[in-house]
Design a protein. Structure first.
Length: 96
C-alpha cells in the first residue's frame, strides 16, 4: 500500500471571500500535505491534497468539524470527498 494518497474535497457553504482557502492552506501545510485550494464558479471551494492517508483524514475532519475548534472562517454546509491515485504534486500547498 502506498504511503501517499490523493483526495479531492468539494466544500459547499459560505466559503468564498472569507479566508477559507488561506485557512485550508495553513492546515494542509501543518499536516504535511501538498496540493491546492481554489474557488469554483458555483461557489464551492475545491481542495486537492496529497500525502499520508492519516493526514488526509485529519484534513477532512477539520473541513467537516461543526463547530470548528480551529477558527475555520465562513460556514461549511457540506463536504464531498473523492479519492484518487497520487500524482506526485509539486511541493507545497497553494491557493489558486
Amino acid at each position: 500500500m502506498s504511503s501517499t494518497a490523493r483526495a479531492t474535497f468539494f466544500v459547499r457553504g459560505r466559503v468564498q471571500g472569507v479566508g477559507f482557502r488561506w485557512w485550508t492552506r495553513s492546515r494542509a501545510l501543518e499536516l504535511g500535505l501538498v496540493g491546492h485550494a481554489r474557488n469554483m464558479d458555483d461557489g464551492r471551494v475545491e481542495v486537492v491534497a496529497e500525502g499520508p492517508p492519516s493526514s488526509l483524514a485529519t484534513l477532512e475532519e477539520l473541513l467537516r468539524e461543526q463547530p470548528s475548534t480551529t477558527r475555520r472562517p465562513g460556514a461549511v454546509t457540506s463536504v464531498v470527498r473523492q479519492d484518487g491515485m497520487a500524482k506526485g504534486v509539486a511541493a507545497g500547498f497553494v491557493e489558486k
